[in-house]
Design a binder for this molecule. Structure first.
Ligand code: ZN
Length: 81
């Protein structure tokens, strides 16, 4: 699946990142959604900081750690046929 890693020092207009909270733009349906590196957003396997697009379910946002403390954030999405 294609993946985009956010650059904490060069966020795009449709992205935001404060602390361990990231706003992503779903590349497939254009929904904006928040992912936090907390237990609020957890994968079926127990990974913190994981959330599927709440609108289409076809992209996954991930965040680990904070923007100013070496954290990482990425969004991955299904390839369309
Ligand atoms: Zn979506």
């Amino acid at each position: 699946m294609p993946i985009k890693n956010l650059n904490p020092n060069d966020l795009q207009q449709a992205e935001d990142w404060e602390g361990n909270n990231v706003a992503f733009l779903c590349p497939l349906c254009q929904k904006v959604f928040i992912v936090s590196d907390t237990r609020m957003h957890i994968s079926p396997g127990g990974e913190k900081g994981y959330r599927k697009c709440p609108a289409c379910g076809k992209s996954i946002g991930r965040v680990k750690g904070g923007r100013k403390s070496g954290g990482t954030a990425s969004i991955e999405w299904e390839n369309l046929p």
